[in-house]
Write a protein that binds this ligand. Structure first.
Ligand code: ZN
Length: 156
């Protein structure tokens, strides 16, 4: 396993639509293992393949119990609404106020190509939406209402 470099928002690759994963092979497994190591090292809650320069539909989400591997994910269902500060490993040192659904259910494939469903509330739902946006080349700063400063973060 290796830690991969996390690209920042000025890189073109973060603004492109990712292609579906078709081969559930060793190359994918290496990517997933490296992304897991990179996510843990960066202390983030989610990471999408384009953030490490790979234009494929692969994301990792830490739901607080485990790091989920989501291949070719789609959102099946959302419910409610939440507002809060959101950040991104590709936009270091900045937070923005973003509205997201309170609940999200996702369908995805695992590293062997088997389909499964998973769901989450609060931060996990926010993370599903944020990471799946990356696969469409969308960064949260395009959706945020305003910047959240360090002082505001401290008041929460
Ligand atoms: Zn992000």
């Amino acid at each position: 396993m290796a830690i991969r470099k996390i690209l920042t928002v000025d890189e073109d690759v973060l603004h492109k639509v990712c292609k579906p994963v078709e081969n559930f092979d060793q190359k994918l497994h290496t990517l997933l293992d490296d992304m897991r190591q990179t996510l843990i090292d960066s202390e983030g809650v989610g990471l999408a393949a384009p953030q490490v320069g790979i234009l494929r539909r692969v994301v990792l989400v830490d739901n607080g119990e485990e790091i989920l591997e989501l291949i070719n994910p789609t959102i099946l269902e959302t419910d409610g609404e939440q507002e809060g500060a959101e950040g991104c490993l590709s936009v270091p040192g900045r937070y923005g106020w973003v509205k997201r659904p309170y609940y999200a259910k996702v369908r995805a494939q695992d590293r062997n190509g088997n389909w499964f469903e998973t769901e989450g509330e609060e931060l996990t739902a926010r993370c599903f939406c944020h990471e799946l946006d990356h696969l469409e080349g969308i960064i949260y700063t395009e959706k945020m209402e305003r910047d959240v400063t360090d002082e505001l973060m401290g008041e929460e």
